[in-house]
Write a protein that binds this ligand. Sequence first.
Ligand code: GAL
Ligand code: ZN
Length: 648
Amino acid sequence: MKDILRVLAAYYPELWPAGNIGDDIRLMRDAGINTVRMGEFAWADMEPSPGVFNLDFFSEVMVKLHDNGIDTVFCTPSATPPVWLSHNHPERLFMGTDGIRMMHGARQHFCNNNPFFRKRSRIVVGAIAKKISKLPGLVAWQIDNEMKSHVSECCCEECGRQWRQWLKNRYGSIKELNKLWGTSLWSQKYSSFSQVPVPLKTPFAHNPSLQTNYRIFSREKIAEFQDEQVEIIRKYSKAPITHNSNVRHYLNHAEHYRNLDFASFDAYYDSDNYSKMLMDYDIWRNLKNGRKFWVMETGPSHSGCIFGYPKLHKKSYLNAELTAAFALGAGGFGYWLWRQQRTGPEMPHGAIISSWGEPTIGFDDVKQAGGSLEKIAPLLTSSENVNAEIKITYSDIARAFFLTEPLEGIDYIDKMQELYKSVLETGFHRDLVPENADLKGCRLLLTPYLPHIADESLEKALSFVKDGGTWIVGPLSGCRTADHALYTESALHPELEKAAGVKTVFTFSPTNNDISGTAFGLAAPLSIWSSFFRTTTAKPLGTTNDSRLADLAFLTENKYGRGRIVMLGSMPSGDQGKLMLKKMIGHYAADLRISQKLDLPQGNLAVPRKNKDGIFWFVINMDGKGCSFKYGKSGHVKIEPYGFRIIK
Ligand code: GAL
Ligand code: ZN
């Protein structure tokens, strides 16, 4: 991929008269769009009947775009299989945990494990790859579109068959499965793999071991489906391949992107929720280390569909959203969509031009943001991101555990966004990294809300601590086995408790029980399912006001090797709780001499980057209030609402 920073728009020329293309190109150039993405929903146009391909239309559009300086990301269309694939064949369609089969229509209505669907996908992907790979202007491929966004696990007969095979590979014997899942409970004991059900509806909850495993199985299978397409494309094309997901989709992203060349994602937060977008940047930058990620889709002004529309962006917000993306490691920034849909459920969705072909309310902002990118492009392409000394573990497997067992209604992503916001407000530069990430350069690692800590992850974290790192573990981390059961030697992972110098004495939820914790000179109500520790070698840092917990701590610190393990057994809540968390992070950051921050007023982002002259900072106003602050010899720095400055 040439090192061109991309501003993209999702383009659906198949939905419009061919005569529109000239106007589209003129307006795209005016808006600063240098790349389009297309093809992802056009299977029925590309292969109107089995084996009859019609790709000339798309190739002509691509060539025309290229002649006008606009490149293309081409997609495989497997998210919307044509009706000839399912007509009279309901068994090929997706079946939810409620046992209901999907109808043909919308998107993702197929079972991705259905062998016939797989075969037809391979055929259409092969035909596309063969033809499109030769065309000028092809800069990347996208596999499918937002896999598992509308649906999660399919429970059809075929999936059941593959599930039982998967279980056989995982457990070897049914005896082992029975033991780890504790199937004597409620007479679930199986005498062969063929008896193990899929998580279709039961009168009360399924065994959590079954449910979580089924989620993991489904995530592996969809990655396998994608890899099949990747392999075919690579036979014909050298262009890099990606997939556009979103943190909320039912994938294990660390696995899902393993065979892809770069990461890209879609997100549609409104301007008030910019911290969530920043968290996404910090996640996706770290998924394919060393390769720029793309924001493949975001709204130019607002999202929306026939059911409703969220808030409109504040004027000029895109300028901050886009510059922050590139400063934090993006290589592309894409808008959904170019021309407002004339039909279908997404007619009210924000676009860059309207269905009648004129600039929308978002047009000028798109143009402004593109103009900013042009100015900073040389600086961006000659510099790189700085490895963060503070890292936070982020895990889709953790999310799968919470989907099975929400432990007080926990939505993993909401909780992580909340915690992230507190870290963001400390001002420190940070990375969100998958469980098994390389911890090189890290000094302070936070691992919250990770119900199962896998042995390899534990080993990695412990060796990081031995070398001098500080690891803050919890809340909830290490409280479940790999099979979503409880430990019996201790409450948390036995090796973790040992290394942390604690023994969990009680586990329960202090939420709404007038139980508060005191640490770092602050008191705050404690919340969520918690562990209260007796210390063996650790020192207690946080105690509570409850007489039953008099000798116990919710926060402890233990020396381990050259570093230390801090156990956070409970979550301090409310404003005081957030303050306590920030104080804790500030305390350890100061102790570890972490200096990756600028002292800025809240609402502003400082991103360190380095080039041959050393470190410099992008300072971006994210809250639209503008800001002014003192900095070094240059004195006073003033930033316009949603504007940015570069500081040496
Ligand atoms: C994405 C999807 C697009 C479009 C968009 C609307 O999730 O990939 O095709 O539906 O949402 O916001
Ligand atoms: Zn299925």
